[in-house]
Design a binder for this molecule. Structure first.
Ligand code: ATP
Ligand code: MG
Length: 244
């Protein structure tokens, strides 16, 4: 990774690829995660590998939601853990959120490897291993969450979530923030706040907004949340893809 020059025109793409590959080697990311990465990369290319203005506004709304929440939880899967472990810990610290490991292809071994990887990057009290609650309307293995984690949360940030599970979470009435480079994916479409951006840029950007808004009063945060329009955000991303 160190040998990729910062001004390389495909810098983010190359960094992302290397980190996901390393994640697979470490047993953090599934091989399915490589395929998900390939999809994401195609959309990032079409978006110009940059944070478009509508994605920045979404990141700000996401930060406001997380700061307003009684119990925010940041869900972590194998790709997220491989790509932005320290950045996830920094975000959780900035907004007072729990981190919960939550896998589509759940194995106890990967759950533990990801929790350990997050702790290596400064996390304390990583959730997801208790698996003592279920998201309704999903098959057993895919439904597992922690009773004092995602099951109890009022605001959940789910990077790169599978469409089915994203829909099941939003059916529970939780505020759902999704990071997904594909504005047409089901996950992005069911989100209260779709952040159409590379997780590599989106997580640090949400943290930056959260730090800027740390001293804002509730009416200010509520106004930011209230003014956010998910449909307009997805439409802006589609336009950015089409018009280059
Ligand atoms: P569904 O319509 O059910 O949501 P999907 O097409 O999203 O299905 P997956 O391949 O499981 O199916 O999802 C991977 C998603 O994650 C893709 O939408 C892809 O754009 C997105 N993605 C992959 N890598 C990144 C990344 N680094 N940052 C942000 N999003 C990413
Ligand atoms: Mg999806």
């Amino acid at each position: 990774e160190a040998e990729i020059p910062a001004d390389h025109p495909r810098h983010d793409s190359l960094v992302t690829r290397h980190r996901v590959e390393a994640g697979v080697e470490k047993g953090i990311t599934s091989r399915q995660g490589l395929i998900a990465q390939g999809r994401g990369e195609a959309f990032d290319y079409l978006l110009g590998e940059r944070t478009i203005p509508s994605a920045d506004a979404a990141a700000r709304a996401a930060a406001a939601h997380l700061l307003l929440a009684d119990h925010p939880v940041v869900s972590v899967n194998g790709n997220a853990a491989a790509l932005v472990p320290a950045e996830l810990v920094a975000l959780a610290d900035a907004v007072g959120a729990d981190l919960e490991v939550n896998l589509f292809n759940r194995t106890e071994e990967r759950m533990r490897a990801i929790a350990e990887h997050l702790r290596d990057h400064g996390a304390t009290g990583v959730k997801g291993l208790a698996a003592d609650a279920r998201i309704p309307n999903l098959a057993h293995e895919r439904a597992k969450v922690d009773a004092d984690g995602i099951a109890d949360a009022d605001v959940v940030l789910v990077p790169l979530e599978d469409g089915d599970r994203a829909a099941a979470l939003s059916d529970l009435g939780k505020v759902e923030i999704v990071i997904d480079l594909n504005p047409m994916s089901r996950s992005a479409r069911v989100a209260d706040v779709p952040v159409v951006d590379n997780i590599l840029r989106a997580i640090p950007n949400i943290t930056t907004h959260a730090r800027e808004l740390a001293d804002a009063d509730r009416p200010t945060l509520e106004r930011i949340v209230g003014e956010f329009d998910p449909e307009a955000t997805l439409a802006a991303a589609e336009r950015a893809i089409r018009d280059g």
